[in-house]
Design a protein around this ligand. Sequence first.
Ligand code: HEM
Length: 245
Amino acid sequence: MSDISTRAPVGPVAPVAPVHETADAAVIKGRHSENVVVGEEIVRHSMLSRVIHWSVAVSMGICLLTGLPIWTPIFGWMAFLFGGLQVCRWLHPWVGIFFFASSVVMFFHWARQMWLSKSDWAWIGPRLFSYMKSETDDSQVGKYNGGQKIFFFTSALAALALVLSGVVLWFPLSFGQGLRELSWILHDLTFILFTASIIGHIYLGTASEPGTFSAMTRGAVSKKWARFHHPRWYREVTGEESRRR
Ligand code: HEM
């Protein structure tokens, strides 16, 4: 690839800054790789991981906005965002199928890294609350902490529960009354709990832990962020872990 800054100008062109001054090295590296150090940053999520994540997130958001006006007239005004209630009724199940399909892709893409170790299980309990108060010893936390891993598996379970109950509600005449009623309860309960956990997830990924959001936009985080939130992952990526042994 030629460096555009070294080419002879042809005609009246504006001065162009050298490529190495304008290009974002971490973003370029993150197109194909992750867990690599680039200057003062570490690539945390490759482009593929980010595309998968945002496919799940955006489709989940559309399902929520089209589902709420179907659920109760209190949210009826939201239907106008999509052109009315009839559009919501039609759009909701199809986007739901897309949400489920992208959740399946996300599951297989991340499952191996999300496997829970013995200590991760402690996150179901008081450890979660001490983490929120920054009172935990995180020195052995790898790329994902126990809370993130549990969130990952509960999200996958929620996607499964939503699609199974959703199909019954989509084709009500093909199923018995008992199953239809069970599906209403399962669909509503799951979406309410899932939405609550997503609100917590968004809070942790943005306002509560500054520097995290860029992991899912540019794909990179600062070394400082990595050392603070995921110290073992930081040591592994920078080579400190092997030097320690
Ligand atoms: C606007 C909404 C969302 C924002 C701002 C957001 C933000 C983020 C960020 C910043 C990360 C990276 C965390 C890290 O690298 O440590 C992440 C990871 C992740 N996101 Fe989201 N996300 C959103 C919606 C969703 C939705 C709807 C799901 C649905 C399942 C989801 C599932 C995940 C999972 C499983 C991970 C990996 C584990 C974790 O970091 O918790 N996200 N998200």
